[in-house]
Design a protein around this ligand. Structure first.
Ligand code: ZN
Length: 151
């Protein structure tokens, strides 16, 4: 009689243990999923913070976007069309004439680059001489992009 009772009890204990084990496995999977979600959210948060910090330092004036440095000076010019997509991108100098630098950003397609003009006095750290007056190294060059007449 005692053996039958023991056997029943033992079977119940085994069944409970199996049940608990399967619950533990489920909880382990949940923990892994939560860790994964937490990692994803932290990455997303870091990306949003970076975007916001960048947005706080980028301004638009004189036909282009500029990034304010900590020392108060500005870096640029950057393509305004690229910045509307949240990217800072320097464009190619297409021409220098009449105190203005004509930029062409080819990121929007080589056939239809985005064109913008910045006062020459604001363009620093770029050797504009090869582009000046459409004369390049003594030879008359045609600009890479034809400017609209209304520009
Ligand atoms: Zn661009």
């Amino acid at each position: 009689m005692k053996n039958v009772k023991d056997a029943k009890l033992s079977a119940r204990v085994v069944s409970e243990v199996i049940d608990l084990q399967s619950k533990l496995v489920g909880m382990g999977q949940q923990a892994v999923e939560l860790q994964e979600e937490n990692r994803r959210l932290m990455e997303e948060n870091a990306a949003l913070k970076k975007e916001k910090d960048l947005g706080d330092t980028v301004v638009f004036h004189d036909g282009a976007n500029w990034r304010k440095r900590d020392d108060g000076t500005e870096e640029g010019p950057f393509c305004p069309n690229c910045w509307s997509d949240g990217r800072l991108h320097r464009a190619q100098v297409n021409d220098v004439a009449g105190g203005a630098v004509y930029f062409a950003c080819t990121r929007h397609g080589a056939a239809s680059p985005y064109l913008f003009t910045v006062p020459e006095s604001l363009v620093k750290g770029v050797n504009l001489d090869p582009h000046r007056g459409r004369v390049s190294f003594g030879a008359v060059s045609t600009p890479a992009v034809k400017w609209p007449e209304s520009f």
